[in-house]
Design a protein around this ligand. Structure first.
Ligand code: PMV
Length: 317
C-alpha cells in the first residue's frame, strides 16, 4: 500500500582493515559512521525524480545516460522492481569520493525511502542486492562492504558474498578521520590493483594473504581490547597498501603527522588514491592532539568513537 511519504537513512563507513583484498574474497573489518545519508520519498504523477543535496543535482532514471547518478537510479529502479513513479529528496552528510562510502549510503537511503513509501519490506540480503545494482554503476566491481555497512552499521567482519558478522570490541575505538581533500575514485584504484593482480597474480596473492592475516589479528586485538597491537596492525596494513601504489604524498604526510602526534597507528581507508586516512588513538587528549596535527596541515579532521561521534570535533560534510 502506498503511503503519503517514505523515509530512509543509512550509515557511511570506515574500513579499519582489509580494503582492496576484500574485493578478492578476503575479510575486512569496517565500522558504520553515525552520519551518512537520508531521503524522503513521495508519490510523483508522471516520472521518477531524485534530487540530492548538497550536490544540487536532480536526475530521472536513464540506463544510457552519461551521468553515473542517472544510471545508478535506473539500475536501482530495475533491481527493486518499483512500478510507481516517485520523487525522492535526499541529503548526503559525507564528502563524496573520500572513501567513507557516500555513494552506498545514498543508495541505501533512497532504497529505504521508496520501499517505505510503497510498503515494500526486504531482508538484508535482498536490500544488499538492490543497493549493489546502484553501487556497481559507481564502482564497477564492488565487494559489497560499503553497502553491507550502510545497511547494518555497527562494527563488523565482512567477507564478500556472506552476511556480515558483528564484532564486539572490549574497548571503545577512538579514531581520528582526516580528509585529504583529494577526490579518490575507488573504480580507478580497484582497477589499478586488478592490473597489478593480472600482471603478477602470485605476488599480489601473497600481499592479499598478508593483509588477511593482519585483518584476522585485528579482530582478535579488537576483541581483547588490545589497542597497541591494533595500532601496529593499522601501520602494517598501510605499508602493504602503499606498496600497491594507492597512497598519495598528502595521505603519507597526514599519516606521518598523526603518528608523530602519538597515534597508535594510522592508515589510508577505503579506495585510496586520495580520500581519507584514519588514525587509532587512546581517546581524549591523544585524539585531540592527532586531530590538531592533521588540521595543522590544512586538512579537515574529526573524531569518531566507534558507536558514537564527537559532534563538536569537526564538520565533515
Ligand atoms: O572507497 P570506498 O569507501 O568505496 O571503499 C572501497 C573499498 C574497496 O575495498 C577498495 C573496494 C570494495 O569494493 O571493497
Amino acid at each position: 500500500m502506498t503511503r503519503a511519504g517514505g523515509e530512509g537513512v543509512a550509515s557511511g563507513k570506515v574500513i579499519l582493515l582489509g580494503e582492496h583484498s576484500v574485493v578478492y574474497g578476503h575479510p575486512a573489518i569496517a565500522a558504520g559512521l553515525p552520519r551518512g545519508a537520508s531521503a524522503r520519498a513521495v508519490p510523483s504523477a508522471d516520472r521518477t525524480v531524485l534530487a540530492v543535496e548538497p550536490w544540487g543535482v536532480e536526475v530521472s532514471p536513464d540506463p544510457a545516460a552519461d551521468k553515473s547518478l542517472t544510471r545508478a537510479l535506473a539500475a536501482m529502479v530495475e533491481a527493486a522492481g518499483w512500478k510507481d513513479t516517485v520523487r525522492v529528496d535526499a541529503r548526503v552528510d559525507l564528502p563524496g569520493g573520500s572513501g567513507l562510502g557516500s555513494s552506498a549510503a545514498l543508495g541505501v537511503a533512497v532504497m529505504r525511502a521508496v520501499d517505505d513509501l510503497l510498503g515494500i519490506q526486504r531482508s538484508d540480503a535482498e536490500a544488499l542486492e538492490v543497493s549493489l545494482a546502484w553501487e556497481r554503476v559507481f564502482h564497477g566491481n564492488p565487494s559489497g562492504v560499503d553497502n553491507a555497512m550502510a545497511i547494518a552499521g555497527g562494527l563488523a567482519w565482512y567477507v564478500r558474498g556472506q552476511p556480515i558478522e558483528r564484532i564486539r570490541g572490549r574497548a571503545p575505538l577512538t579514531l581520528v578521520i582526516g580528509d585529504s581533500g583529494e577526490p579518490c575514485s575507488t573504480m580507478i584504484t580497484v582497477g589499478d590493483v586488478a592490473r597489478q593482480h593480472a600482471a603478477d597474480p602470485e605476488r599480489m596473492g601473497k600481499q592479499f594473504e598478508a593483509i588477511a592475516s593482519i585483518v584476522r589479528n585485528g579482530r582478535l586485538a579488537i576483541e581483547r581490547g588490545d589497542l597497541v597491537s591494533l595500532g601496529q596492525l593499522f601501520d602494517m596494513n598501510h605499508a602493504l597498501l602503499a606498496g600497491m601504489l594507492i597512497s598519495t604524498g598528502t595521505l603519507e604526510e597526514m599519516i606521518a603527522a598523526a603518528r608523530n602526534a602519538g597515534a597508535l597507528g594510522a592508515k589510508l581507508t577505503g579506495g585510496g588514491g586520495g580520500g581519507c586516512m584514519i588514525a587509532l588513538t587512546d581517546g581524549g587528549e591523544s585524539a585531540a592532539r592527532v586531530k590538531g596535527a592533521i588540521e595543522a596541515l590544512g586538512k579537515r579532521a574529526f573524531v569518531a568513537t566507534i558507536g558514537s561521534i564527537d559532534s563538536e570535533s569537526g564538520d565533515l560534510a
